[in-house]
Structure formats: structure tokens, C-alpha cells
Design a protein around this ligand. Structure first.
Ligand SMILES: [Zn+2]
Length: 170
């Protein structure tokens, strides 16, 4: 550690704080070297504590943000209400899918395209996704609109139909 003569300001390096008064070799001034103030140590401790607390708060905020993100629901939801089979002119069956698209938020939204996907017994998607225009262009807060769509793909092998919504804007 470094100590400084109180009188002539000459600096000396010492391995530890001397218990006895020291005498300056230059000016002959004698003084007692003080231990580093407790105030200083307290300040360092408080600064470390603040850093730790802000790190904890930051972590909590990040976790909360992540949680609210993962649980937030889409403002628009679509669901299938009913599926029926109907043969086309060649006697090939197709699904007629009835459902609703609903605005569960308290703001108005443009209605998105509706996408239907078909899945086989192995859980894998079969046929191409089929997309069609919504029954309305705007969905008011809390409003719902029904849709009916006949799948172009034949019903053969289809075990499950899933409805999805395209991109939408406020
Ligand atoms: Zn001195």
C-alpha cells in the first residue's frame, strides 16, 4: 500500500499498515498511518449489493417478460365446428369444413386468410395446405364470422383437419 507524508506529500510504499507512528525521511514529520476508512469499505459493499440487486431485478423482469410472451394469446382464433363429406361429379369425396373465426381481443382487426391443413393417420400432413379469403374483411372486437369451405383435395387418408390463420393486421 502507498502512504503519503501529511506534511511534504512524499509517497512511501509499505507492505502493511504500521502500528507505530512513522517518520518522514525527507522532512522529519511524524504521523500515525490510519487504516482505510470503514466508510470506504461500506461503500464498496453497498455498491456490490446494488449491482447484485439490479442483476436479480433484471432477471425477474426478463423471466416475467418471457412468461407473459409465452402465455399471450393471439387476438384472432379460428376453429372448426363441423366437417361433412360430399362427393364431387366423379364420385370422389371431399370434406366440407365449417368453422368460425373470432376476434377475442378488444380491438378491431382485419380478418386474415384461413388456412386448412390435412393430416393422415401417421400424424404427418398430407395434401397441400389450402388457403381462402375470410368471410368478412374486418372483425370488430369480440366479433365472430362463420366460414364454409370445401377442400379441393380428396378426403381419402385424411384423419385430422387443422385450421390456421394467415398474417393479420390491426
Ligand atoms: Zn515529509
Amino acid at each position: 500500500m502507498k502512504i503519503k507524508c501529511d506534511f511534504c506529500k512524499t509517497e512511501y510504499t509499505m507492505s502493511k499498515i504500521p502500528a507505530m507512528p512513522v517518520k518522514c525521511a525527507i522532512c522529519g514529520h511524524t504521523w500515525m498511518v490510519k487504516t482505510p476508512s470503514k466508510k470506504n469499505q461500506l461503500f464498496v459493499f453497498l455498491a456490490a449489493l446494488c449491482a447484485l440487486l439490479s442483476a436479480i431485478i433484471f432477471t425477474i423482469v426478463v423471466v416475467m417478460h418471457y412468461r407473459s410472451d409465452s402465455t399471450s394469446k393471439s387476438p384472432l382464433i379460428a376453429s372448426i365446428v363441423k366437417t361433412e363429406l360430399a362427393p364431387d361429379g366423379n364420385g370422389v369425396n371431399h370434406f366440407i369444413v365449417s368453422g368460425i373465426v373470432e376476434n377475442v381481443s378488444d380491438e378491431i382487426y382485419g380478418a386474415p386468410n384461413i388456412i386448412l391443413m390435412t393430416y393422415g393417420a401417421d400424424g404427418k400432413q398430407i395434401n397441400s395446405s389450402e388457403q381462402f379469403n375470410p368471410p368478412v374483411t374486418l372483425l370488430d372486437a369480440g366479433a365472430r364470422a362463420g366460414f364454409v369451405y370445401t377442400l379441393r383435395a380428396p378426403s381419402a387418408g385424411v384423419k385430422k383437419i387443422v385450421v390456421k390463420l394467415g398474417d393479420f393486421e390491426k
